[in-house]
Design a protein around this ligand. Structure first.
Ligand SMILES: Cc1cc2nc3c(=O)[nH]c(=O)nc-3n(C[C@H](O)[C@H](O)[C@H](O)COP(=O)(O)O)c2cc1C
Ligand code: SF4
Length: 489
């Protein structure tokens, strides 16, 4: 099995750049960080009369720690407080909030409902207060709520019990969620009712003062599955027009009730076929490197969005371009580009050196995954300069993240640098970068993946290795026990 050099092992920018060059990747990287108002990362973003105060965005990240009825817990509030302290001026939804119970990805996911309004309002207030605490103004802080239905990956009632809601039968994903060929598809009438739930959720978000909602179209969840529903019959499948009808109907519905609410979309702008651990390399319970699922009998491959249909190990931006044009037509300017799915190709979605417990060893140097997302974003940004793009996949860059982020913004590859895992371990990173403080190396996320392994084993998510809140808790002890037991097996 290949072993890839850890980023933390590079002692200088020159070594990091040499590593990038050895992989023949194109990742821009500045030699010096600018601070204060001269920094490209400190420049505001203006769109449709709105202002976002700087170029850092906090990506949505679920904590699997809401109450069973979908209200935020103290741990949820603590996470959102950290988002407010971070200094980032765009808070992309904080985390996915299910628009109804059957669409929850886990029984502790936040849930939109009349009863949960106060809790969801408190999350926004928490961000505002934390932001104020560190001396930041609010008028350029933009806070959204990510609205979701988990579709194929729903587990609303028990952590270990998938209850998929699917739009079509998928040749490689059905078996992963225990679906056989007789399993029922969501009917068009059921889809309509889900659309009504999104509209209700948008109305509530607006009432609670959120600046925007994200109609989530990524990571294999329902919104994303519509985009690949080539084989579905009826109004919501087949043609591009039908596969995007869900989005258009949600947007129409939300705008009819909440005309002032900004709508954004987080989309897996490309995808690859599903991966699994190579059985030939799986030794003593240690998973092999990821290999693609067999697809020879599935060509042309019609089960993904932004996937090359002749070579589904590669992406194809033809339809994603159409999708972005549609967003433009719908006057949706705020777009968060991500890729793939944490369930079936995590190396594409969140490049990591250490896989989660149910994943596989990296099939490529994780820097390749970072460069793949950055390059697609660069190409699309050139073609859609009027859209505001948030980019994804930067955490793996670790201490070199600020240098790459500054170069990417300066060179116009992307408008805003989205941060996921890094803010679980080191929430103040954006502030430290903008003020020129020395980076706290001990807080830098090393992509150990415990924040994914924990929920896959029924525990809340969090940075177990680096955040003392989790490390020293009973949850931390339990996670250690689970990992040791798996290793012993
Ligand atoms: C624990 C965890 C929870 C996540 N939850 C969400 C989510 O609710 N919605 C979403 O769009 N992405 C979610 N993601 C994906 C992140 O937003 C982000 O795309 C991913 O971590 C890659 O960015 P990074 O390299 O900065 O970590 C989650 C990621 C992690 C690690
Ligand atoms: S557990 Fe912490 S160090 Fe590991 S990937 Fe998640 S945020 Fe990073």
């Amino acid at each position: 099995m290949r072993v890839y050099p850890p980023i933390g092992g590079h002692k200088s920018l020159a070594e990091f750049k040499a590593h990038v060059a050895s992989l023949a990747l194109s990742i821009p990287c500045d030699d010096e960080l600018l601070i204060g108002s001269s920094s490209p990362l400190a420049q505001p973003i203006g769109f449709n009369g709105k202002r976002i105060g700087n170029r850092f965005c906090i990506h949505p990240m679920e904590g699997w720690d809401g109450a069973p009825d979908g209200k935020p817990s103290d741990a949820t509030i603590r996470r959102w407080r950290n988002f407010g302290l971070s200094g980032a001026k765009l808070i992309w939804g904080g985390e996915a909030v299910a628009v109804r119970h059957d669409g929850r990805a886990n029984p502790n996911q936040l849930l939109m409902s009349e009863q949960n309004k106060a809790g969801l309002a408190e999350l926004r207030e928490t961000v505002l207060n934390a932001h104020r605490e560190v001396g930041e103004t609010h008028d350029d802080l933009f806070i959204g709520l990510q609205l979701t239905h988990s579709g194929r990956f729903s587990r609303p009632n028990e952590k270990t019990k998938p209850e998929p809601r699917i739009l079509y039968h998928h040749p490689t994903l059905d078996r992963r969620v225990g679906v056989d060929e007789d399993y029922p598809l969501l009917t068009d009438a059921e889809v309509r009712s889900i659309i009504d739930s999104f509209v209700f959720a948008g109305r509530v978000a607006s009432e609670l003062g959120y600046d925007f909602v994200d109609i989530k179209h990524c990571h294999g969840y329902l919104g994303h599955e519509f985009l690949s529903a080539h084989t579905r019959d009826g109004r919501y499948g087949g043609s591009f027009e039908n596969r995007t009808r869900f989005l258009r109907e949600v947007v129409d519905g939300i705008r009819s009730f909440s005309p002032g609410l900004v709508i954004g979309v987080r989309v897996s702008i490309f995808d690859l076929i599903s991966f699994r651990p190579d059985p030939a390399q799986t030794v003593d319970g240690k998973m092999g490197a990821g290999i693609p699922d067999d697809y020879e009998t599935l060509l042309p491959y019609r089960y993904g969005f932004g996937v090359n249909c002749e070579q589904p190990e590669k992406y194809d931006l033809t339809e994603p371009r159409r999708f972005l044009s549609l967003l433009r037509d719908l006057k949706i300017s705020l777009v968060n580009l991500t890729a793939g799915s944490p369930y079936y190709n995590p190396h594409v979605q969140r490049p990591a050196l250490y896989p989660p417990s149910d994943g596989y060893q990296p099939p490529e140097d994780p820097l390749v995954g970072v460069a793949r997302q950055m390059e697609a974003t660069r190409v699309l940004k050139q073609e859609f300069p009027d859209l505001v793009f948030v980019g994804t996949g930067y955490t793996y860059l670790q201490e070199f993240l600020p240098f790459v982020a500054q170069a990417a913004v300066r060179e116009g590859w992307v408008d805003s640098i989205g941060l996921g895992r890094m803010v679980l371990s080191y929430p103040e990173l954006p502030r430290d970068v903008l003020t020129g403080d020395v980076l706290k190396h001990k807080r830098i996320c090393r992509t150990f993946s415990d924040c994914t392994t924990a929920p896959r084993n029924g525990l809340p998510s969090g940075c177990y290795p680096l955040d003392s809140f989790y490390k020293q808790s009973e949850m931390g002890i339990e996670l250690k026990r689970i990992k040791a037991a798996k290793k012993a097996k």
